[in-house]
Design a protein around this ligand. Sequence first.
Ligand code: UDP
Length: 396
Amino acid sequence: MIERFAEIIGENELDSIYKIAEKLKGMSVLHVNSTPAGGGVAEILSKLVPLMRELGINTDWKVIRGDTEFFKVTKSFHNSLQNGIGELPQGAFETYKKWQEINGNELDLDYDIIFIHDPQPAGLINFKRKGKWIWRCHIDISNPYEPVWNFLREYIQKYESVIVSSAVFARDDLKNPQYIIPPSIDPLSIKNRDIPDITVKRILYKFDLDPERPIITQISRFDRAKDPLGVIRAYKLVKKHSDVQLAYVGSPASDDPEGEEVYKETVQAAGNDKDIKLLVLPPNSDLEVNAFQRGATVVMQKSIKEGFGLTVSEALWKKKAVIGGNTGGIPLQIIHGINGYLVNTPEEAAHYALYLIRQKSIREKLGEAGREHVRRNFLITRELRDYLMVAALSLG
Ligand code: UDP
């Protein structure tokens, strides 16, 4: 399987992966996160874990459990770490501790190397019996709400090292070694591999979209950080000048209890415009996501806060012109004017969307640059190599 990447990344790159993996052969590695599907972390783990196994590393993936209250708390942590505002449920810290204890007692955590993903399971470190523990943070922690950060920092300081997605998220109040590893996409997955135009069209027809008219697409959970209302506003501004359609595709994630509420807000903002499709697909609708991204005239990721935004690389890989919020990990992927545009407001997003809808040759030029940027920087093989490297370093 891993051999199939050779034609995309070259033999040398593949050799370097085998060489590092050699050092970890026979070791046991565990990844822990908070949802088996929905969102970027589950997306990456579903690709990374099989590759690590293929390299002879005994790799497992475990998902912590919790009740609605716990996931409300962890979502409030997630929001407060990213937007600096503290709106926590009553007794949040106690709820968090209680579920760390339940999971810590239930899960077998005896591995040589453990990657704990994001804040939700970070407290499991108190149940460490052996091995090297690494905290992998996928979100923007550059301007956190201090009480939540200080609470989590007590746990995070106990880790061997910390991984963040971008240099702008590195923290000078942590003494642990910090590594910068941007996330990545799997170019061979159903979500990202080439598919025939006819498949794209059939899927668009199925969801009542007209492939002959321009389409703006955003693929995102219904989360305020993804700015669905800003996307609707941008679309409405473009609509004044173009016969455009909007496809906003968002599937739920079990660790995000706010989805339903944000979906309702978005439906309300959309009004009764028949050219706005707000689609809630089941998790793992990968072929559909692939088709929506390929079928788009312009892909938007108008996030207000974003750890990385896999959807940006997914679209760039498909040679799409992408308009992204100028925040967090998005500027790693979009080089303004070269492979897309970075925006701060719905008005700016509308401006560039209309420009791109009218300028096919510019879209194509940006798209070519986008694919190459992703090929060099944001493919799963690069992230795999980086993880292996951190694992090998932590073993000393
Ligand atoms: N995704 C999906 N269906 C949806 C919405 C999102 O498959 O309806 C996928 C998307 O293609 C990407 C991941 O979920 O692979 C979202 O990752 P991202 O980093 O963009 O955002 P996160 O949800 O982790 O904040």
